[in-house]
Design a protein around this ligand. Sequence first.
Ligand SMILES: Cc1cc2nc3c(=O)[nH]c(=O)nc-3n(C[C@H](O)[C@H](O)[C@H](O)COP(=O)(O)OP(=O)(O)OC[C@H]3O[C@@H](n4cnc5c(N)ncnc54)[C@H](O)[C@@H]3O)c2cc1C
Length: 435
Amino acid sequence: MNYDLIVIGSGPAGYVAAIRAGQTGLKTLVIDKKYIGGMCLNWGCIPTKSILESAKLFKRMKTGAAEFGIEGFKPEELQFNWLQAVKRSTGIVQKLSRGIEYLWKKNGVEFLSAEAKLLSPNEVEANKLIYTAKNILIATGSKPAKLSELPKAIELEEFLSLAELPEKPILYGRGAIIVEYAQFFAMLGKTPTIIASDLPLVPKLDAYLEAFIIKKLKKDKVKVIPASGIMVKGDSIYFEDKQIEHDAIINCSLREAVLPASEIDLELAEGYLATDEFYRTNIASIFAMGDVNGKSYLAHAASAQGLSVINFIQGSQEADESVYPINIYSDPEMAQIGFTEAELKTKGIEYQSREFSLNANGKALAEGTAEGFIRLLFETKYHQVLGVQIVAANATDLIAEAGILLELEGTVYDLAKTVHAHPTIAEVFMDVASI
Ligand SMILES: Cc1cc2nc3c(=O)[nH]c(=O)nc-3n(C[C@H](O)[C@H](O)[C@H](O)COP(=O)(O)OP(=O)(O)OC[C@H]3O[C@@H](n4cnc5c(N)ncnc54)[C@H](O)[C@@H]3O)c2cc1C
């Protein structure tokens, strides 16, 4: 069976690349050993955001409904139905999964449910059959590193299958995910403890946002303990001679590459598939994109890389390595794009920072979501904006405006003269640019 392209892995790197490949006329086969949509759709981005929304609604009804004039129920009697929250999430996942299948079909992409093994630069084995292609795309993703230092932990893929939620979970690891899980439990009135494998808690984040997170977790009564300070004896874990009470450990460790079985030597860099600026491996016909190449651990970065690979195969030389936003779906949400202060200092760029609180914004006050700010980092000569950080209930959407601003090399003046509708939380962009 001959193809132009075989894509191994159907996460956001693989499925997006396959759709574009089909659109551009490449005869394409996608192979996945588990579910369509990969980690992102089945256990990651979508299910976590869905259950977080359930938790946010629960907290809002429990603690904020009366202030909004909503009565007729006793907040203390509200209960969280975990299985229903998961059922809702599963429905969303199924809908999106059907959407991917539809787009594949529409663009002539074939799908095979099997584990793929690389046999040669142009051959893949799956279900004991050999498939050939001019190009092979490896998009096999990543998984959290196994925890060797702690008693048995729940893996993220197992979390949604829990019959009931733990009351005092330990969350071990680092990254945006650990903050989201900690707040998920805290919003439901449970007592999570973070054992941070290292600091900063969220790598790549500006120190200003990291400080906000630590303060916010403290306010939410989430303890953050350094892993270097813990002692493990059997199933018990101690910090400063005090036992950390827990009924579950959830593995939120930083991730490592999932490599497909291979009979050819693919070069690795620190455990990830080594690639050049066009995501080519050391074998010219084989590309690696998404988490498996270790350049990023974000779904939108994986998809952007997938699109770049197809553009490259189809003759465009440009690989778009433009700035990727980092989103944290916390309460309130946080988002960042462009350079951090530390990066600007390392690059020797003279810059200024400016911040405007949401506290004076009409829509934020009306919605009861006035905790937060928009912060700009811009160079001093032309006032071109080089970094944006947002804390706001809808920060993960607001960051798109900053993305366009950075993409178009916009200045503080461009932002100030852009009329924003009133009342919107986005008006804070205009405010912060106008001070
Ligand atoms: C809990 C959680 C929440 C997250 N939330 C966000 C978020 O909000 N925003 C965000 O941007 N990112 C988020 N992420 C990260 C995001 O999920 C990943 O960056 C993204 O899924 C990476 O995409 P990928 O295509 O590289 O790999 P994956 O999505 O991991 O897909 C890889 C696919 O390859 C398949 N595969 C592996 N080996 C083989 C083989 N040998 N043969 C056939 N198939 C194979 C797997 O079955 C899988 O389907 C989250 C991650 C987690 C764990």
